[in-house]
Design a protein. Structure first.
Length: 452
């Protein structure tokens, strides 16, 4: 596909990297010449320096022959105007980033009136991810598959855990065939384990199954499964507003620390049930006064990565508090992943995943398998995809053991007529089923790509 990306911030750059890796013809637009040059040289794409709301700039980028335009600048109104111009120029598929909470009730209006294919809100998506983690605080990461009603839950194994030093095949009575362990991350390695694999402390284990089954399993091995009762959020930006609203609806006590007085006044108006504290969260005395040592959860959610990292590390040094750290910057992902920061949320990835799923869906061939859900895991080295099986798909009517799968492919579950089962060798895929696949092969567009 020929794709134009307007805006080379964190989301735009991440999207450029992933889509160019999948062989798309990418042109980026940004008003900052040095930024455009850097993206062009790094990812081998075309670039145009200028304002994306200019028809001349879009024409220079090839808007008349583009299949998709994605506007992801930091300004909602600019993104909407970019999309309006692209639509008038004949682009069939357009996606806009709209982040301001003020517009959250008007998303459907924008989609209908401007003919948008999708609206993405990285801050709202990040807040939703954080809220899921606070519902299930023992998890490092949670991904949900709507059609199949199953989840991927990542947990870091502790020395005292009942699972430590155990072979997977010896966990049969605990797992009971209702839960899979498809991925284990150990240090820098991502492993697809077999029955002889021995779990070790500090392994990051991904469990796959229904929410109920995973909760039951975690309870059996003594892991907390109940939502937190209170949380301290540092930073009063958009993500915090979305997050606090969700948590308050869940009955969680929310305290927000923000050093900007004007932001505090706005937060008081928008979140009357939250406690708003005006102060600098890097002040240890302030954190102590606000009860950081007793809090069940701590969310470092400022606009500065270094501050978020420092605050989370400090919070963990005081207690076993559940920490969530928001990170924007792309450059230091590998270093950040090695720090013990609890759960890390990257808004750029949550936004990119949604767009990537849309693009892959548009590349599908007739009668191929649709991508319903897409998640990138383990620093983008693993993908979990949910496919709808269409007519004439070559896997129909065969047991899984009869199908020749590529190495690194695991079929997690099959949803047949709204009944979901964890897959085994005798499971059969039928037309209309939704199938969840976990794989170390990235860039798949349909289930046929997983066949040898």
């Amino acid at each position: 596909m020929k794709i134009i990306i307007v805006g080379c911030g964190n989301v735009g750059t991440t999207l450029t990297e992933q889509l160019s890796e999948e062989g798309h013809d990418i042109t980026v637009i940004d008003s900052r010449e040095s930024v455009v040059e850097n993206v062009v040289n790094t990812y081998d794409v075309l670039g145009v320096t200028g304002n994306g709301t200019s028809i001349n700039v879009q024409m220079e980028a090839g808007v008349e022959t583009a299949d998709l335009l994605v506007a992801v600048t930091g300004y909602d109104e600019m993104n909407l105007l970019c999309c309006l111009i692209a639509k008038r120029a004949g682009v069939r598929h357009i996606i806009a980033r709209v982040s301001n909470p003020m517009y959250s009730q008007e998303v459907n209006f924008f989609k209908e009136e401007l003919g948008l294919s999708m609206i993405i809100n990285p801050q709202m998506a990040a807040a939703g991810e954080m809220a899921k983690l606070l519902k299930f605080p023992s998890a490092l990461n949670i991904e949900h598959f709507e059609k199949s009603r199953v989840e991927l839950v990542t947990y870091k194994l502790e020395e005292k855990s009942l699972l430590s030093h155990k072979k997977l095949k010896d966990l049969g009575t605990l797992l009971q065939g209702n839960i899979l362990i498809p991925i284990v991350e150990r240090g820098d390695r991502v492993i697809v384990p077999d029955g002889e694999f021995i779990l070790e402390p500090k392994d990051e284990i991904t469990f796959f199954g229904s929410t109920r089954r995973i909760v039951e399993f975690f309870r059996k091995i003594g892991i907390q499964t109940t939502a937190v009762k209170d949380v301290i959020i540092v930073g009063g930006g958009r993500t915090s507003i979305y997050l606090a609203s969700q948590l308050i609806d869940m009955g969680v006590k929310v305290k927000i620390i923000e050093k900007d007085v004007s932001k505090c006044e706005m937060l008081i108006d928008m979140l009357p049930k939250a406690m708003i504290i005006n102060g600098d969260a890097t002040d240890k005395e302030l954190l102590a006064e606000e009860g950081i040592a007793e809090a069940e959860a701590f969310v470092a959610n400022t606009s500065i990565d270094e501050e978020n990292i420092m605050l989370s590390l400090y919070a963990q040094s005081l207690s076993d508090v559940k920490t969530i750290t928001k990170v924007h910057r792309i450059s230091y992902d590998e270093i950040i992943e090695k720090l013990d920061l609890g759960s890390i949320v990257y808004p750029k990835y949550t936004a990119a995943e949604s767009i990537l799923k849309y693009v892959r869906g548009k590349r599908k061939t007739i009668n191929s398998s649709d991508i319903e859900t897409l998640y990138q895991l383990n620093d983008k080295r693993v993908e979990a995809l949910e496919f709808i099986i269409r007519e004439n798909c070559p896997v129909i009517g065969k047991t899984l053991q009869e199908i020749s799968w590529k190495p690194g492919v695991i079929i997690g579950c099959i949803n047949h007529k709204r009944h979901t089962t964890i897959a085994n060798g005798q499971s059969v895929i039928q037309q209309g089923d939704s199938v969840v696949m976990i794989t170390t092969i990235t860039g798949m567009r349909n289930i046929e790509n997983a066949l040898q």
